[in-house]
Design a protein around this ligand. Sequence first.
Ligand code: GL7
Length: 835
Amino acid sequence: NEHAASSQRPSEVLDEDARTGLSVEALKKAILNNLFYVQGKYPEIATRNDYYMSLAYAVRDRLLQRWVASVKQYLEGRHRIVSYLSAEYLLGPHLANNLINLGIFKEVEQATQELGINLQWLLDKEVEPGLGNGGLGRLAACYMDSLAALEVPAIGYGIRYQFGIFEQEIRDGWQVEDTDNWLRRGNPWEIARRELNYEVKLGGYVQHYMDRDGKFRSNWIPELTVKGVAYDTPIVGYKVNTTNTLRLWKSEAPKSFDFQSFNSGDYNNAVNQKIICENISKVLYPNDETLSGKILRLQQQYFFVSCSLQDMIGIHLRQGEKIEDFNVTFAVQLNDTHPAIAIAEMMRLLVDEYDLEWVDAWRVTTRSFAYTNHTLLPEALETWDLELFGSVLPRHLELIYEINRRFLDEVTIKVYGNHNKINSLSIIGEGPRKYIKMANLACAGSFAINGVAALHTELLKSTVLKDWYALYPEKFSNKTNGVTPRRWLVLSNPKLTSLISGKIGESWIKHLEELKRLEAFADDPEFQKAWMDVKYEMKKTLAKKILNRTGIKVNPDSLFDVHVKRIHEYKRQHLNILHVIALYNRIKKNPSLEIVPRTFIFAGKAAPGYRMAKLIIKLINSVGEIVNNDPDVMDRLKVVFFPNYNVSNAQVIYPAADLSVQISTAGKEASGTGNMKLSMNGAITIGTLDGANVEIREAVGEENFFLFGLTAEEVAKKKNEGYNPYSYYLENEELKLAIDQIASGYFSHLDDKIFKDLVDNLLYHDPFLVLADFASYVASQEQAAEAFKDKKSWAKMSILNTARMGKFSSDRSIREYCDEIWKVKSVPVHLNGKY
Ligand code: GL7
């Protein structure tokens, strides 16, 4: 039973110090108390998991004290609250992060040690909540951390998926998916709020009638009603009391409902309906940047959005405020279009349930929402088949028609009847089948629209959202992504953290721009040595993990070339592997060739239905099998595919990277955030002018960045002119040989069919211009290898990368959102007395 661990605990028996004290003694007492009163064990028979749970509850008690104080203060002071709506939160393990943010890592380390247990064992026990696919979900997690660190009142709303992103295994070189049963041992970080639940209607039809006052009314008769139950996770800020709420909804069957069928004797139907209800929050869709158009996915989106809006309205009204002032209490951010149905749901709640006039409801709605776009890929822009949409949300379909009708009336005048523009702006797409365009709904209903990196925002304005930009230029702004230095430096790289703090103190952790002060030591030989010693240590740690997970022995003295992210053709893992093959062939031609030894480290999941991505994983492993075992190579090249890339694994990989591979086709990666984490940890980027790479290069200096490839403009031009990949293949000998080898089965036990689709795709289509960028990539990699030979200058480049990453803290991003979009202020939380 997944709730077992969060069962009642007799807090009365704990004294105050054991509940909230931060001293080693208090922590020890708390752990032992929990071992007894929560786990029902005594030390001699306790397992590591028992100790993990006991420590987790001890930490949670400390969070609760701050959490209650925060909520109380927000409500009593009627402070403006940020509401972040996101279908994904890729949180990573909580325990270590909470220890750091509470400032008790050392104390807990000592407390556990005195109890005869190793803290690392306990940290390793935590199963991470993988409630997201990749960058978009991880960004939401970093933003929750920064909101709390900056003492901004905020609630994150989302879905409590019972199964998060699948676990990846590699078998015979292929990706195999396994379910992520993250709740199987209970989740000590969440608090089930059974009493906080809302009903959500689905399906059915709408009745229209005129009421006694002569007002037209709509009555939505659903086919199904589900209940959303709140599960809260406290998110504490770094060394502040502020503790915000992450509120995730679990779907259940409403009580009333099994009874109905029961009474009519239809027990099977009652059970079936219960399963249908519970299915809604059962599993995260594993597609990254591709829409799936599935009914269940639309139900998920609507389910969590409706619960969240009902919850916000409840909070607002309980403060004695008027419904018309909703937008004064809340600023609601839509994390991509996944929650964009909120615009229509808000209109439904205001018009149907709270009796507002349409124009008043629209005014409140369009002052409440802001929309972040995270991708330019056309296949990722969400649309719903209109008929399917109407079958799930019949009332919302009517509302969207009305929103669209009024909107197009306004637009027609502004664009002077230009039909192309009207079609492009319409929320409803015409074609053989009509469809709903979620990005257009989001744009029409939001007061602010932003992209996630400077280049991305410019491309939004000039391509995907061009007509919107022409209509509402004042709504647009850029908010370059950021990452939290707490998890991605302090927690992942404690040795580098102490080295830095030893030189410049600790305040950089909250004010990342202060890393600039490291520049003064970039030429200091002693500091350079200490810096590279830490890197070496981290490479050894990763090497051990690699051996453990893959059986491959890698040399920590070699250049660690790190390419970790979701597997996608636009991210071009195949460009990387073509370079590996080229180096391999150079060695085969000249076995005594002097080259910088390299370890190529890949990691990342492929969407289970994305054939080409899965084929790329197989290719990486196939090339690895040959290269790693060819005696001619003499360990100068190693290719590793590190399985099951997730937050925990990323925390071990980033600190060990020498070279950060960010080689997406220019114009395709909206921002990237792994690029920031790697650079922060002293890796030097080899990359295209794409996403945030552009700003990273500007920040670290072009001499500390290996640039290659076509620009976004050149890519667009080449495609326009008719790109012919085959000519690149013919002209470049190394490229031709590499592709011929893949095609002939050299890496696949002479099986010449397995990679046929991949090869044909490259030779005859190559939509992401892998072949066009190959020569430039190889040349840039030669520069990187040359630079790696000069240890001093490499150390300097590495130090300068870290030193100049201040801008890429998510604290900076959140400050910009707060000042320019949300208009919210910090509210310091005080812990006076007991709560
Ligand atoms: C993404 C972008 O692809 C990525 O570049 C960006 O850093 C991230 C956060 O803004 O959002 N968009 C998207 O749909 N996914 C992303 O990771 C899954």
